[in-house]
Ligand binder design. Structure first.
Ligand code: GTP
Ligand code: MG
Length: 133
């Protein structure tokens, strides 16, 4: 089993799942700020359509949240209790100092690879990570 597969098991990555890439920290000086709501509006529409296409199905509304802002993870859970946010949490989020550490590099790598596996994604093209996904 690969490291990525083990991580997926641990965080309970499963389908259906929508993914969002919310870039904060240093990006705030480079590009327009996008509220979490802007992303979640698209996610809500996608799940509305998904539920129409799968009538009667019990669906856990999973959202893979990829971000460099640890605070956002907490506020997302509070603001959207009907969604199950899944994150590959690295302790080095939000901490530009540690961005070159092994665990930070793994964090950005896994976030990118897991966003790619989502059934639907919302990203901004103002981040290279979003563009890559
Ligand atoms: N864990 C995590 N970190 C992220 C994510 N997106 C961005 N980052 C962090 O932000 C850094 C972006 O690095 P940069 O050197 O600015 O790369 P860039 O190509 O300019 O990418 P952008 O700034 O996003 O356009 C990454 O190295 C990560 O530390 C994410 O989804 N998850
Ligand atoms: Mg950058």
């Amino acid at each position: 089993m690969t490291k990525l597969e083990r991580a997926k098991e641990k965080i309970k990555f499963a389908h259906p799942i929508a993914g969002i890439h919310v870039r904060r920290t240093d990006k705030l000086g480079e590009a327009a700020y996008m509220d979490l709501e802007r992303y979640m509006d698209h996610v809500e529409s996608w799940y509305d359509r998904y539920l129409l296409q799968h009538p009667g199905k019990q669906v856990i509304k999973r959202v893979y949240l990829a971000t460099d802002d640890a605070e956002l993870v907490k506020s997302a859970n509070t603001k959207y209790p009907e969604y199950k946010f899944i994150t590959y949490v690295s302790d080095h989020m939000s901490n530009a100092v540690n961005r070159n550490s092994d665990s930070a590099i793994t964090g950005i790598l896994f976030d990118t690879l897991l966003l790619k596996e989502c059934d639907f994604v919302v990203v901004t093209f103002s981040s290279n990570i979003g563009r890559l996904v």
